[in-house]
Each structure stands twice: as C-alpha cells, then as structure tokens.
Design a protein around this ligand. Sequence first.
Ligand SMILES: C[S@@+](CC[C@H](N)C(=O)[O-])C[C@H]1O[C@@H](n2cnc3c(N)ncnc32)[C@H](O)[C@@H]1O
Length: 200
Amino acid sequence: MNLDSYNAIAQQWEHHRVQLSPREAQVLPLVTDGLAPQSTLLDLGCGTGRPVAAFFAAGGFRIVGVDQSPAMLALARRRLPTHQWLLGTLEDFPPIDNVAAVVAWDSLFHVPRDRHADIFRRVRQTLPAGGRFALTVGGSEHPAFTDVMLGHTFFYDSFPPGQVVALLETAGFRVVHQASLNDPDGARDKGRVALVAAAA
Ligand SMILES: C[S@@+](CC[C@H](N)C(=O)[O-])C[C@H]1O[C@@H](n2cnc3c(N)ncnc32)[C@H](O)[C@@H]1O
C-alpha cells in the first residue's frame, strides 16, 4: 500500500514537504553534533532528500539514503547527485560501512510495530558506540490505522513513545532527547514525537 502510494504522490510530495518545521530544526542538529565533516549519515526512508538529507548535506555530511520508493529516490538522486541513494527497506537495508549517525524521520511509523525492535537492533549494529540515531514515532497510544494523504491511502503503526524508549534501550541505545513535534488532537492526529538516542 505505502509503496504504491508514495510512488504515486512523489511529484506532489516534492512540493508538499519542503522545509523543516521549527521544532524539527531544533532536534536534527543533535544527530550530528560533534561529528567530523564528511562523516556518513544513513537516512532510512529518505524520501525525496528534502528537507532532511538536504539539511545534513548542507552541513558537510555524506548521505546514504535508503527508500522503498523508486519515484521518491529518483527525486533525491536528482537533488543531491553526489550522495548515495539505495532502493531498500528499513526492515532489510544493506550493510553500509562507516556510518556515523542514522535517521529514520517520518518513516518508521509506516512499518508494522512488530518489526520495530529488529530495526532498532540493526541500526545499533550499524553504529559505533556514541553514534546517534534520530527517529520520529507516533505521539500517543493507538492501534495501527490507515489514512488518506494527497488522495492516496497510507498505513501507519507505532508504539507510544514510552514503549519506543524501552525498545531502544533493549537494543543498546540511551535516549538523550525527546520532543513533541505535534501534539495529538484526540481524533485524526495521533501526534508525532522525535527521539534522539545514543548507541551505548
Ligand atoms: C513521510 S515520507 C518521509 C520522507 C523524509 N524522511 C522526510 O522526513 O521528509 C516517508 C518515506 O518513507 C519511505 N518508506 C516508508 N516505508 C518504508 C520502508 N518500509 N522502507 C523504506 N522506506 C520506506 C516512503 O517511501 C517515503 O519516502
């Protein structure tokens, strides 16, 4: 469902998702804080490369972006052609050398929650001690659901933030920052929380 939907909306997404929100812009610098220029950042669910990968590329970091959607990746490749763009999934991304930091920004919640612990373990194996992993998750307790965006249906699932923190700790991370990006409204908006974790 999500693959077909993202392929279908890629051109619209290009104009829909352009800038980081002020809250995102406060959180994302924590991911690469202290890293040497040219360090490699793995962006899982990179989309079109804008605005997240573009933010890190502008900071001098090398991006390896992974996404399931060829149409989204094509836009990322065109935007940032000197970086690396791989067709793949969060659940089964290929081994990548010398990754210093990882982001899964607005992508993990498209994966069924029973796969999240395995993804956290793989991300931990990819990072050196101290390496940071930033992700967004749903902001409240809710069952998996579908919703329509830009005329197409998308699947969403997430543990509530407290359970995500526990899973990250089990996978070998320590959560160093947590911030609400938008608060749940008790109806359609389940909320969205950013977490930054450091590999123990
Ligand atoms: C909401 S967009 C976010 C894009 C970008 N990270 C951002 O913050 O603007 C979600 C992206 O995650 C990708 N995605 C969703 N599920 C995925 C999966 N299981 N594996 C890889 N990519 C996935 C989609 O194709 C889409 O490009």
